[in-house]
Design a protein around this ligand. Sequence first.
Ligand code: HEM
Length: 161
Amino acid sequence: MDWFHVSLFFHLLGVGMIFTLLFAGPIIEANFRWENDIRMKQHAAKMLRSVGLLSPFGALVLILSGIGNMIFLNINIGDLFGADAWLGIKLFFFIILLGIGMVVSPKTARQRAMLLDQMNQVNPPEDASDKLEALNSKQTVFFVLNWVLVVIIVLITLFKP
Ligand code: HEM
């Protein structure tokens, strides 16, 4: 086993972390939706956020090992726009994935946590359940988008168009 394989090993480990999230996210979300009790919903929302912590670590492992792969394969930044444009396209989709996973989706999760806090009070806001529905729909869009982006990234890596 040479250093390139060590780097590939960590890369695949990172891929595994991302797939764990892709499966666990919707399962915990389903529990969240099925629960009627606000406290139980809060508990599921908290679990979803803690599992989401895998994403920055997964991203870090993927970036570092991805750079490692590039070094061992002699791919430099210029190649991303020429000979190895597949990797350039892959990074483009990866950056969108990062944006959703680390900025947009956590923001929705925070808004949902705040709303649940309000719903748990004696006088919850009247439009609370409509707001919750809207945030839930947003979350569904993110789950679908994450899957689509990761599948695109894997296909690009395999077929190197
Ligand atoms: C969600 C994000 C990512 C996924 C799902 C992913 C997936 C994969 C997979 C499955 C392989 C193994 C291919 C093989 O063994 O033939 C691979 C290889 C590779 N990845 Fe990634 N990757 C991701 C992010 C990145 C990033 C951020 C970089 C660069 C910084 C990168 C650069 C590379 C390189 C250079 C290879 C080696 C390609 C080759 O063997 O020819 N990847 N990736």
